[in-house]
Design a protein. Structure first.
Length: 247
């Protein structure tokens, strides 16, 4: 699927959040017969469009792999000991494009089953919303922990059987998916920290043995951690592992 198709599909995904329980309702706005009603409706539509564009980044974080990827890359930068390298813009950009790479099949299915038929006027709005929501719901269900899903299901006073249903409510599924992603990201972050922590301990022990206690160990260990990460081809391993973790 071309990038422009994926981007178009992404900006339509806001419907999954904003009209979570309105799938069976019509999205058509009655513009009225007189000018005042028409202008009022247009203003409401314009406000809605601006709101949608403003929450688009939040939607990306909520229903895709962006959360785990960005947290893992932040852990990596902290573990190495680099404060501003890579800069935040690079980390966010890499996380974004890895997210689009992982989510490409989901975007493509949402486009083919929901957005494209809606553009061609072959299905109604409520059917298009349901078709676009289904691929994202399947993606989240495949990557959410049952324990986390049960937590929010119980707090929402829903039946336990609904946790295995494809029609599970998005207001239950999305927070469960997010905390599942955070848990996985912290597990990966722990594994990333271990080898760099060992290097810090070795350098610190050597400096103390040499009586150079006034020399900051971090300053000495930093180049060793960088060359270690380069020699093991760290970016290849991290990015490859993140993509493969989603099957």
């Amino acid at each position: 699927m071309k990038v422009k198709t994926a981007l178009l599909t992404f900006f339509v995904v806001f419907l999954l959040i904003s009209i979570n329980r309105a799938g069976a309702q019509s999205m058509t706005i009655d513009l009225g017969k007189d000018t005042s009603d028409f202008m009022s409706a247009k203003i409401i539509q314009l406000i809605g469009l601006v709101t949608i564009l403003s929450i688009a980044p939040s939607i990306l974080i909520m229903v895709t792999s962006f959360t785990k990827i960005s947290v893992v890359l932040s852990f990596l930068r902290t573990a190495i000991g680099l404060q501003q390298t890579p800069p935040n813009s690079v980390i966010i950009s890499l996380s974004l494009f890895l997210t689009f790479f992982i989510m490409a099949p989901t975007f493509e299915k949402a486009y083919e089953d929901g957005l494209y038929p809606l553009i061609q006027n072959t299905i109604k709005e409520e059917d298009a919303i349901q078709n676009m929501a289904k691929p994202f719901r399947e993606f989240m269900l495949n990557n959410v922990r049952k324990k986390d899903l049960s937590l929010f299901t119980n707090m929402a006073n829903l039946e336990n059987d609904e946790t295995s249903n494809e029609d599970v409510s998005l207001h239950v599924l999305i927070p469960a998916f997010m905390i599942s992603e955070l848990k996985k990201a912290f597990e990966i972050g722990f594994l990333i920290f271990l080898p760099f922590l060992v290097i810090d301990m070795l350098v610190s022990s050597i400096l103390m043995a040499m009586g150079m206690m006034m020399l900051p160990p971090v300053m000495i260990s930093l180049p060793f951690k960088i060359i270690f990460f380069v020699l093991i081809d760290g970016w290849y391993m991290i990015c490859g592992s993140l993509v493969k973790s989603y099957g």
